[in-house]
Design a protein around this ligand. Structure first.
Ligand code: NAD
Ligand code: TYD
Length: 351
């Protein structure tokens, strides 16, 4: 009998795969169940190193399937959930908002109900950990930071769906006394990220000598965090976070897109032994994303003061490790960019 049955949703995705690997390896006394629908963003290749471990089980399934999820809870009586499964790309949410409502809102509701109904008579030592994003806070101007008490003000269908799911988690905490914790994190980067997000997309395009589509003038700002540092923060909050609280997680690492892309191009030229300036010539300014948030930046002082967490790598180091991983995992990159990826790409960047 294991100390805990932990359900991780979305564990075949980018951040989820880092969380699953960390928990399976660090906690042999827990059993980690990875529930994932394996959408275009989920890839079991990312979990090869732990797939045969005795304390790990993969379950293919959809969090919106109420009958299936209820049965799963009856069968396994999960003590805790780390809920990462989501549709996660803003540009896709602009094209097809409904699928974001379905997965991010309805899917979260199905899990909340199953969790509540399983434990409502005794929530002791139980936890619903909901992984969210800083994008729920909307946009900042040139100054200021998002704190845990910043009002929600989402601008994209993605962030609106995440905000909605956050509200439901909180409401279940208030209404049913369900123990929860929520973390709102800034932009992640690192190995295993699907190449539709800025950094892996541009690495892939540089490798293939394709244009780097910078939206508008590139003067948008994001706060970047290395994914392994996010996984460490999740571990800490899971074990030591105060119930019914929110923690913001960020990299203390703001970059304007154009400055980030310039640094990436310089590092790629070095790695690929190309003449200085070669990758930079691929930068192409394209039509802006509708509703594009100007700036995100996190005040992560609460998690720093209360739980002692801070990022472990500088951006230059993290980016360096990320590029190295993509360059030595071209087979992974090619397998995820075949098929549906091509039609998505044509549609997204046709103008
Ligand atoms: P991702 O898109 O890489 O992975 C999502 C995973 O969820 C995939 O494996 C996919 O197959 C799975 N999934 C999707 N729909 C599902 C469904 N209906 N049922 C079961 N599984 C389903 O996402 P990510 O970047 O790893 O993000 C994980 C979580 O972290 C999301 O909740 C996201 O909102 C949040 N987040 C992401 C970032 C970031 O920068 N990537 C930052 C802050 C918060
Ligand atoms: P992205 O990685 O999609 O994350 P998010 O929108 O969730 O912050 O985008 C990061 C920034 O890069 C954002 O300001 C949009 C910009 N961007 C581009 O300029 N071109 C692109 O092709 C993509 C995907 C993003």
């Amino acid at each position: 009998m294991k100390d805990k049955n932990v359900l991780v949703t979305g564990g075949a995705g980018f951040i989820g795969s880092h969380v699953v690997r960390l928990f399976v390896e660090k906690y042999p006394n827990y059993h980690i169940f990875n529930l994932d629908a394996l959408t275009y963003a989920g890839n079991l290749e990312s979990l090869k190193v732990i797939e045969n471990k005795a304390n790990y089980t993969f379950i293919k399934g959809d969090i919106t399937d109420e009958v299936f999820i209820n049965q799963l809870f009856q069968d396994y009586k999960f003590d805790s959930i780390i809920h990462l499964a989501a549709e996660s790309h803003v540009d896709r949410s602009i094209e097809d908002p409904l699928v974001f409502v379905k997965t991010n809102v309805i899917g979260t509701m199905v899990l909340l109900n199953a969790f509540k109904n399983t434990w409502k008579d005794n929530f002791e030592n139980k936890l619903f950990y909901h992984i969210s994003t800083d994008e729920v806070y909307g946009t900042l101007g040139e100054t200021g930071l998002f704190t845990e008490i910043t009002s929600y003000d989402p601008n994209s269908p993605y962030s609106a769906s995440k905000a909605s799911s956050d509200h439901f988690v909180r409401a279940y905490g208030e209404t049913y006394g369900m123990p929860y914790v929520i973390t709102n994190c800034s932009n992640n980067y690192g190995q295993n990220q699907f190449p539709e997000k800025l950094i892996p997309l541009f690495i892939n395009n540089i490798i293939n000598n394709k244009p780097l589509p910078v939206y508008d003038d590139g003067n948008y700002t994001r706060d970047w965090l290395y994914v392994k540092d996010h996984a460490v923060a999740i571990d800490l909050v899971f074990h030591e976070g105060k119930k019914h609280e929110t923690y913001n997680i960020g990299g203390f690492n703001e970059w304007k897109n154009i400055d980030l892309v310039t640094l990436l191009c310089q590092q790629m030229d070095q790695k690929l032994e190309r003449v200085k300036g070669t990758s930079g010539k691929l930068i192409t300014y394209v039509k802006d994303r509708p509703g594009h948030d100007l700036r995100y930046a996190i005040d992560a002082s609460k998690i720093n003061k209360e739980l002692g967490w801070k990022p472990s790598v500088t951006f230059e180091e993290g980016l360096n490790k990320t590029i190295d991983w993509y360059l030595s995992n071209e087979a992974w990159l090619q397998s995820v960019t075949s098929g549906d990826y091509q039609s998505y790409y044509q549609k997204q960047y046709r103008n």
